[in-house]
Design a protein around this ligand. Structure first.
Ligand code: CUA
Length: 183
């Protein structure tokens, strides 16, 4: 190919775009890197069961304690054997209820909101990571198949005592001490 001729004089100009070898190589490498990243992201999301917190509705942050409010009496509610709902109210600088106690192998749907300002709701060693905002109910589902104590931390800066804001989820063994934690 006459590489230094003008495009108009190049007989192959209309056959296709001429890409220099190194430029083409770097384009291919870039595409491979993007494909690797997208694949890694997809695998991590599927295998790690990553969920995006949902919006579970709206609530008046000034009426959380009002009669009929789902947050008037925060706590654990059993829907069916092994299925629970937990209502959580966050406020500077505590979570209510604390601790949250559920049995092993339970599927728990969290409904959480804030009474005052933004807070975080991250449960260590699980896929639960939500932001809690006044007026909004954040919801996420998790399965606790290993007994133990899971710490909840507030990971949104919420004032002078933000670093002291934490709670706990206690997952009790289904059959008492006889049930060895093996997995
Ligand atoms: Cu609540 Cu930081």
């Amino acid at each position: 190919m006459s590489d230094h001729s003008t495009p108009a004089a190049d007989p192959t100009a209309e056959a296709g775009l001429h890409v220099e070898f190194w430029e083409g190589l770097w384009i291919r490498i870039s595409l491979v890197v993007i494909a690797v990243f997208v694949t890694a992201l997809t695998l991590a999301a599927v295998l790690g069961n990553i969920q995006v917190p949902g919006v579970g509705g709206r609530v008046d942050p000034n009426a959380l304690d009002a009669e009929g409010s789902r947050f008037a009496d925060p706590g654990v509610r059993e829907l069916a054997p092994g299925k629970y709902e937990v209502y959580v109210v966050a406020q500077a600088w505590a979570f209510n209820p604390n601790p949250i106690v559920v049995p092993e192998d339970s599927e728990v749907t969290f409904y959480a909101t804030s009474r005052d300002i933004q807070h975080g709701f991250k449960v260590i060693d699980t896929n639960i990571n939500m932001m809690l905002l006044p007026g909004q109910i954040s919801t996420l589902k998790a399965v606790f198949d290993e007994p133990g104590t899971y710490n909840i931390i507030c990971h949104e800066y919420c004032g002078i005592a933000h670093h002291t804001m934490y709670g706990q989820i206690i997952v009790e063994p289904a059959d008492g001490a006889a049930d060895a934690p093996e997995n």
